[in-house]
Each structure stands twice: as structure tokens, then as C-alpha cells.
Design a protein around this ligand. Structure first.
Ligand SMILES: [Fe+2]
Length: 346
């Protein structure tokens, strides 16, 4: 059986035992090869097809973009140095686009081209090959990257499923309609004001939807009870922070969201739940969520109260920071933010 050793300028065909389809699970995966050199493209194509994958070729970044609108590949092998849109620019573009960011991108670089490798990895590339590429190494890396992509997709589906569950919880309580969207919006606004990182802002956005995830385990007669809860019912209600944290713990992409889920009912004076954390022991994202959660509860109708006017809600928010419930510095920032938004909408 033939397999191929690919070199930058020439193609050498080496006799040997190539991999079989049994060795390449996911053999129907579609791989896009982008290289301006037709000899290299052809050599890699023959090699990759030999592993049982389906292949399309593009001779430029521009042609690759055109092919991407037609069909999304499972993996892209991308030459770094090409006329027009080069590999680094194309990689950065694809990794910034939510539709293509999970496609593994492997850069094809030449020996000693350290600058291109570093720039490529900084642009979000998942791996790089140094040409000439050995077929066995190519087969092994393609397998591992495609496996990683399947796991990432499974996690993303799990995340979407959990997001749907969170909205289901919100829908069980008619008094909190729109609560999750408003919380996400307020929390991100406050996070932006604090110049938090992109990852932290994303966690606040997700946290708005997922903070009460654990309420899925709270029975209807407790969650929807119009009157005051009994001692036992309160105990069940409080468990939602721990249950939600446990559920989110199975999903790697929710690492930054977990502290919000677990700690959004802690108090600055240490009298909150579930862990009785105090002051700055409480993660900042959870302190933010606690403020916007209280504010939204004050401003909306609940079974036990009508919606409060903005002025009254702000007064009670100040009171909650003075009595050791909420973070006073963050409350001041939030009130400042609200006063600007509120004045602008009047
Ligand atoms: Fe909660």
C-alpha cells in the first residue's frame, strides 16, 4: 500500500503500510485543505483521502471563505503563507466567528518559521504541522483533533440543553418572566463598568440565565407558593444553589459560571447561603449577580408585592448594602449606572 511523504517543493512517494479505515474512526469527516501550492495540496489530499476522510481544496483564503459558505468542514489544514488573505488572517477571522470558531484549524508551516507558528497559535489555531508532514503523524493528529471537536460539540449541546432548562424554570414562575434576560443585561453592564475580562462578561451573561438552575429540583408547591415558606420549605429552596453548582460541574465551559450559581445568595456579612462566605471571599461575579437579582426582584411584581418604583428600589438597595447584605462599592456603581440609564429613558 502506498503512502506519501509531503515536502514543500517536491512530492516523494514512499512505500509502506498505510493506515486502514478501522484505524480512523469518524472516517467520513470532511477536511478542507487550503494551500496555494497545487503540488502540496495534491499530496496532502491523496494522503488524507487514503485515511478515509472526504476532502475539498482551496488555493487561496478567498476561495476557502467561498467554500465555507457552502459547507462547514470538520477540520481545516491551512497554509500560513499565501498571497491575498494569508493563513493567520483567515484563522483569526474564522475563530472570531461563532459559526466557525469550533472548527479545528491546523496550520501548515515550514521548518524554522517560528514567527508564523506563534502568530498562528495567537490567532487561535489548534495545532500546526511543519512541512514535510509525515503521514502517520498527520493521521494521528487528525484523529485526535476530530475527537476533540466531537467532545466540544457534545459539551455545546449540553450547554444549550441546560440553558433551555433554565428558561423552563423561569417559565414555571409567571412572576419572573423576563427575569433571566434582565439579569444578564444588568450584570454585563456592571461588569463592563468594572472593565472585567471578556471571559468574565460571558460568564455574567450565562449566569443571568443559569444562576437559579438548581430550582429544577425545587417542587412546584414550594417554588410557586404564594405565601411565606415553612422552615422545611426554605431548606429545600436554599438547596438550589448547591444543586445548580453540582449540575454545572459536569460542563467544562461553565467553570466561571459555577461560582455565580453557588454563591449568588451569600451575604457580605457572612449570613448568606450555602457556604456563609463573607466580604471578598464571595467571588466578584456572584456579588454582582446578587445585586442585580435583588434589584430586579424589587422592580417586578411578585406574589407578595407589587413592582416598586425606581426611587424606592434604589433606596432599598442602599439599605441592603448598609445592613451587610450586598457589596456597598458595587451597589454604588450599579446605582450610578441605573441613574444614567433611567434618566436617559425618561
Ligand atoms: Fe437563586
Amino acid at each position: 500500500m502506498l503512502y506519501f511523504l509531503v515536502e514543500p517543493s517536491t512530492l516523494r512517494i514512499v512505500r509502506g503500510k498505510g493506515p486502514t479505515n478501522q484505524e480512523t474512526p469518524g472516517a467520513t469527516a470532511y477536511i478542507l485543505i487550503v494551500d496555494d501550492d497545487p503540488i502540496i495540496r495534491e499530496a496532502i489530499r491523496m494522503c488524507v483521502e487514503h485515511f478515509g476522510y472526504r476532502v475539498r481544496e482551496a488555493d487561496s483564503g478567498e476561495e476557502a471563505l467561498a467554500l465555507l459558505t457552502d459547507e462547514v468542514p470538520d477540520l481545516i489544514l491551512l497554509d500560513v503563507r499565501m498571497p491575498g488573505i494569508n493563513g493567520i488572517t483567515l484563522c483569526a477571522h474564522l475563530k472570531a466567528d461563532t459559526k466557525t470558531r469550533f472548527i479545528p484549524i491546523v496550520l501548515l508551516t515550514t521548518e524554522g518559521d517560528l514567527d508564523a507558528r506563534v502568530a498562528g497559535l495567537e490567532a487561535g489555531a489548534d495545532d500546526y504541522f511543519t512541512k514535510p508532514v509525515h503521514p502517520r503523524e498527520l493521521a494521528a493528529r487528525l484523529r485526535s483533533l476530530l475527537r476533540l471537536k466531537r467532545v466540544t460539540e457534545a459539551l455545546e449541546h449540553a450547554e444549550n440543553l441546560i440553558g433551555s432548562l433554565a428558561l423552563t424554570i423561569e417559565a414555571r414562575d409567571t412572576y419572573t418572566a423576563g427575569h433571566c434576560v434582565r439579569l444578564a443585561t444588568y450584570a454585563v453592564q456592571l461588569g463592563e463598568r468594572l472593565r472585567l475580562s471578556t471571559e468574565e462578561l460571558e460568564a455574567l451573561q450565562l449566569g443571568g440565565f443559569l444562576h437559579d438552575l438548581g430550582k429544577i429540583a425545587v417542587p412546584d408547591q414550594v417554588l410557586m407558593k404564594p405565601g411565606p415558606l415553612s422552615r422545611d420549605q426554605w431548606r429545600i429552596m436554599r438547596e438550589h444553589a448547591i444543586v445548580g453548582d453540582r449540575l454545572a460541574g459536569h460542563i467544562r465551559t461553565l467553570t466561571l459560571v459555577r461560582p455565580i450559581i453557588r454563591h449568588h445568595h451569600e451575604r457580605m456579612d457572612g449570613r448568606g447561603y450555602p457556604d456563609k462566605l463573607a466580604g471578598e471571599e464571595i467571588p466578584i461575579l456572584a456579588r454582582i449577580m446578587a445585586i442585580v437579582d435583588v434589584y430586579d426582584a424589587l422592580r417586578t411584581r411578585r406574589a407578595y408585592k407589587p413592582p416598586l418604583e425606581e426611587r424606592e428600589a434604589i433606596r432599598l438597595l442602599r439599605e441592603a448594602s448598609a445592613t451587610g447584605h450586598l457589596d456597598a462599592a458595587l451597589v454604588r456603581l450599579f446605582i450610578d449606572l441605573r441613574s444614567k440609564t433611567f434618566t436617559a429613558t425618561q
